[in-house]
Design a protein around this ligand. Sequence first.
Ligand code: F6R
Length: 364
Amino acid sequence: DKGGFKHYMLKEIYEQPAVTLAAFEGRINDGLVDESVFGEQATAIFDQVKQIQIIACGTSYHAGMIAKYWMESLAGIPCHVEVASEYRYRSVVIQEGTLFVSISQSGETADTLAALRDVQDQILASLTICNVPGSSLVRESDLNLMTKAGPEIGVASTKAFTTQLVALLLTTIVLGRRFKLTEDKEREIVLALAELPSLIERSIAMDGAIESMSQSFAEKHHSLFLGRGTLYPVAMEGALKLKEISYIHAEAYPAGELKHGPLALVDKDMPVVAVAPQNDMLDKLKANLQEVSARGGELFIFAGSTQDVQPGEGIHVLGMPSMPQILEPIVYTIPLQLLSYHVAVLKGTDVDQPRNLAKSVTVE
Ligand code: F6R
């Protein structure tokens, strides 16, 4: 049942205020995260964790990349992240005290499951962040945190991703307590989370403006997505969405890498999307965007401040609501989902069932 929406994907995008709330409500006690929701052995296991190894594929991998920034900057825990299909086939060094975290919407992704099985006897313990109760990864992991997004029908993952990020933020908090995260900082993050549903709501309200913007992409063959810090994996996720449902080649770069090669590609036929929240990387990012403009590239910027990032010739700016920095990667994902959706609709592709793809990748 598409609930009156033209596609499941759009319905699932619009469900995000509700499901991101479901992903944290009931898991907070007196302003602090209740770690017993991870499972009976949670406290005993978390007390022994020395580092994190995250494994996932596709969109779930992008969630893992964002979690790495959080684990190291907020919690002070060493964290590695890798795609399952590479990790499982190379010989890896697993350090003592490693918590193996798998992230998977379906809980059935063959490579992710195989990676867990391969390292089972070398790790401290396993935790899976998953959307499907009773799935293989959930059954085979010591600890679980369900993302509670509800069934996701569209092949392109949307609400599964944003709820994974909420779950990963909760995970960062409960582990960070044992490292450098103070109780004050934890309370601050929990308060910020409470604002998430309404911030997503306000981003969804930009739908009409994003639909108009999508016309500039439908005829193009290539595009570039730029971000820095936690917004770099958001750019990767935006590029993946555009590729998989609109079949337009899209590539993401951390904006600081532009001048090391990809700038040579930029011309008026390659739209460049940038996610530019009002944070301490903004000045650096603006300098990178200037390089794009100077070469005639057309910019589409989702900006935290329309005072700091101004429209101009070939520079389109859509203002995002102001928000706590911790929420930026979650909220800035929304306009990129909507952009790829509208481009795909304009191109007339099969939005919910893109060619060559399956919802659950149970083959290698
Ligand atoms: C992209 C997408 C895929 C999945 C990937 C992993 O929109 O949905 O990239 O994220 O196949 O699937 P799960 O999360 O089920 O392990």
